[in-house]
Design a binder for this molecule. Structure first.
Ligand code: S3P
Length: 735
């Protein structure tokens, strides 16, 4: 309990703080101080404070907490006065938009930074001002940055933390210098530019005309030039050094844009604009800390799947994830312009796209699945400005490891919590044997720190696991290695890298299980048509098979023989699947896949089909749960190191739904029967979330599926397409 809170300065921020704390009942008495008699009177009348004082010394008598909410340049004066009082144990804090100057002023006034002074800055405000605009809710869900110093008393910090939390604010701690740098870049510089641009245009003779024709762009860019000039004058003087640094960096970048225009360098302009547009589009995600930056706890996205329904119609599922990744990689490394169609705009493929943009490749789009990649050639990549964050995407990390091991610059690859648990030793070890220098975290986990400037040597590598990612990683390294790089597969795995390399004019020799490349030739730009992803189509193949009265056509599905294990397995179980209109698109076979309901039976899944259906097992397990009799899977221990441990995650969920399952070290045994309803956990794994959505077609009660946000990594419009064909699954709360 705080007996007395004193708020010095009753403007919008001080008034809102006082009012909120007063309403919370956390303080015995809230006392206001302001120079303006009218504000003091209003503050009491409006219930912002219990009483007001004109004299600072009188107000601060017996205060427990003193909040300084005066204009930032007035802070020095107030602090100098406070230093002459006996403040006892009072905690001091402030709300200034720059922190370095406040800390300096406090040091000057008190001789040293007082341990009970906690500098703070709420990132909130409004265009209104004055005590009459006080709003107890102003800070709710807004960030408040506190910048404690090493000498700050932890107890005083806890008191200030508590006060802001009571107002519903999200409190963060930051170093003083960092705060001032961040605010200079994100708030102060934009205000300077807005004020500057409006003034520059307004003082020209023809300003009337300019303003008459100034439409959206001018209005949007300069909205903040309507802010309080005095307050901003204070802020620029208070945070002068940090603003000057960010302004100078910006001037350099602006000069580079000017130079590009002088030189008629459209490529350079396009690079800046496409990168900026992407960053702006994903601003929301960046703020939610998903996909392009280090994640914090993402919110739980819950699917609710209602029982029953049949599956009918014609749909095209989004583009193949594996091929989408490779189109960016090879398109970037090619000479010339590569056009891509059907690109998967899911978070995994977008993470690869962003990585190459960060390495200086100009990529236009994606727009309705279309991309234009301005290839830089095998030796044209540049070092990314920081660590490359790959979200949830194992394919991005493993393939990039091979490619980056051969570059002249160092790189660091990081990922989300799931990716950070996945084994990377399987690529790091053979790459090291080729001469790469790669550091991993314990047990070969990410992040990967890759040293540049190494000469790689080709080698013969017998892969211990059947992995297309490992194979592709080594082949990409092989594009730079001396001599021949040969990978020998223990069982066939997807061959998209080999096909696409040939499509880009780079020879690949295949001899049985042996795949070889050399560094003797480069890549030439190509057109790529990405077929629909059979791994996404698989959810609907099982859906239409298990739901009575179903008849569904999945258009333009990639049926590369290294990917069709799911069709073979479902057919062995008795599914009715036909392939119509078989043709070739961009070096990959495609077909329209028609699926009608059938009564399925349990089988022993042939082990040879495991690598050819590796991503489809979660939904195949759902088919098995609906089949008559027992289904047994062996030789699939790889499933334990996917985005989740897919054997355990599916076994846990199916058990909850009343299905009889037994996980084994390398597979699962499922006895088909009734599926009940219940609550299951997708464990952040997109394919587990979608598999349980399909299970609801045959469930007896609703299935609630937790942790589904990552469906966006591979199948962003899954819910919309599901609804279109008659499945009853939706995001909870949006039914
Ligand atoms: C992929 C290969 C497979 C697959 C993954 C994509 C690829 O992984 O599970 O979703 O694009 O090469 P492994 O090769 O590690 O089995």
């Amino acid at each position: 309990m705080i007996r007395r809170l004193v708020v010095v300065g009753l403007g919008l921020i001080g008034g809102s703080f006082a009012k909120g704390i007063r309403e919370s009942g956390l303080c015995g008495e809230v006392v206001g101080v302001d120079l303006d008699p009218q504000s003091r009177k209003l503050a009491v009348e409006l219930g912002v404070v219990d009483r007001c004082e004109a004299d600072l010394a009188v107000a601060c008598r017996d205060a427990d907490v003193i909040q300084l909410a005066v204009p930032i340049l007035a802070m020095e004066k107030v602090l100098a006065l406070l230093a002459t009082f006996d403040l006892g144990d009072a905690v001091l804090t402030d709300v200034g938009s720059a922190k370095g100057n406040v800390v300096n002023a406090a040091r000057l006034a008190f001789g040293a930074m007082p341990a009970r002074f906690v500098p703070g800055h709420p990132i909130a405000g409004s265009e209104q001002s004055g005590v009459e605009a006080s709003n107890a809710q102003l800070f709710k869900r807004h960030k408040v940055i506190l910048t404690p110093l090493p000498e700050t008393d932890p107890e005083a910090l806890a008191v200030v933390d508590r006060l802001w939390s009571e107002l519903g604010a999200d409190v963060e701690h930051m170093e003083v210098e960092r705060h001032d740098e961040v605010l200079a870049a994100t708030s102060h510089l934009p205000h300077l530019l807005a004020f500057g641009l409006v003034d520059s245009l307004a003082k020209r003779n023809e300003n009337l005309d300019i303003f008459r024709y100034a439409a959206g762009g001018f209005r949007d860019f300069t909205r903040i030039a309507g802010s309080d000039p005095v307050m901003w004058h204070d802020i620029f003087l208070a945070n002068r050094e940090a603003v000057l640094r960010t302004l100078d960096t910006f001037r350099t970048d602006l000069d580079a844009l000017r130079d590009a225009m002088v030189a008629g360098d459209g490529h350079q302009l396009l690079g800046v604009f496409t990168r900026a547009r992407m960053a702006r589009e994903h601003f929301g995600k960046i703020l939610a800390q998903r996909a392009y930056v280090e994640p914090v706890e993402a919110e739980d996205l819950v699917f609710l799947a209602s029982p029953g329904g049949s599956v009918t119609g014609r749909i095209r599922v989004p583009g193949d994830k594996s091929i989408s990744h490779r189109s960016i990689m090879l398109g970037s490394l090619a000479e010339g312009i590569t056009e891509v169609e059907g690109f998967l705009e899911g978070e995994d493929a977008l993470a690869t796209l962003q990585a190459f943009r960060d390495m200086g490749v100009v990529i236009e789009g994606p727009h309705h699945g279309r991309l234009t990649i301005h290839g830089v050639g095998l030796h044209g990549l540049k070092s990314a400005p920081g660590p490359i964050y790959l979200g949830n995407s194992g394919t991005s990390m493993r393939l990039l490891a091979g490619l980056l091991a051969a570059q002249s610059f160092d790189s660091t690859l990081t990922g989300d919590a799931s990716l950070s648990r996945r084994p990377m030793g399987r690529v790091a070890e053979p790459l090291r044997a080729m001469g790469a220098v790669i550091e991993t975290a314990a047990e070969g986990r990410p992040p990967l720190k890759i040293k540049g400037g190494r000469t790689l040597n080709g080698m013969n590598y017998e892969m211990p696991v059947a992995s297309a990612q490992v194979k592709s990683s080594l082949l990409l390294a092989g594009l730079y290695a001396q001599g021949t790089t040969t990978v020998i597969e223990p069982a066939p795995t997807r061959d998209h890298t080999e096909r696409m390399l040939r499509g880009f004019g780079h020879p690949v020799s295949v001899d049985g299980a042996k795949v070889s490349v050399t560094s003797d030739s480069g890549l030439k730009a190509a057109r790529i048509e990405v077929p629909a992803d059979i791994s996404s189509a698989a959810f609907f193949m099982v859906a239409a098979s298990i739901a009575e009265g179903s008849d569904l056509v999945l258009e333009h599905v990639g049926i590369n023989p290294t990917r069709t294990g799911v069709i073979d397995i479902l057919r062995l179980m008795g599914a009715d699947i036909t392939l119509d209109n078989q043709r070739e698109a961009g070096g990959e076979p495609v077909a329209d896949v028609r699926v009608r309901s059938a009564s399925l039976k349990g089988i022993e899944i042939p082990e040879a089909l495991v690598p050819l259906a590796i991503d489809e097992f979660p939904v195949i397990f759902v088919a098995a749960a609906c089949a008559q009799g027992r289904t047994v899977l062996r030789g699939a221990q790889e499933l334990r190191v996917k985005e989740s441990d897919r054997i355990q995650a599916m076994a846990d969920g199916l058990l909850k739904l009343g299905v009889s399952v037994e996980p084994t070290p390398d597979g699962i045994i499922i006895d088909g029967g009734q599926i009940g309803g219940g609550v299951v956990d997708a464990q952040g794994d997109h394919r587990i979330a979608m598999a349980f959505s399909v299970a609801a077609l045959r469930a007896q009660a609703p299935i609630q599926i937790h942790d589904c946000a990552n469906v966006a990594t591979s199948f962003p419009n899954f819910l919309a397409l599901s609804a279109q064909v008659g499945m009853r699954v939706a995001q909870e709360g949006q039914l």
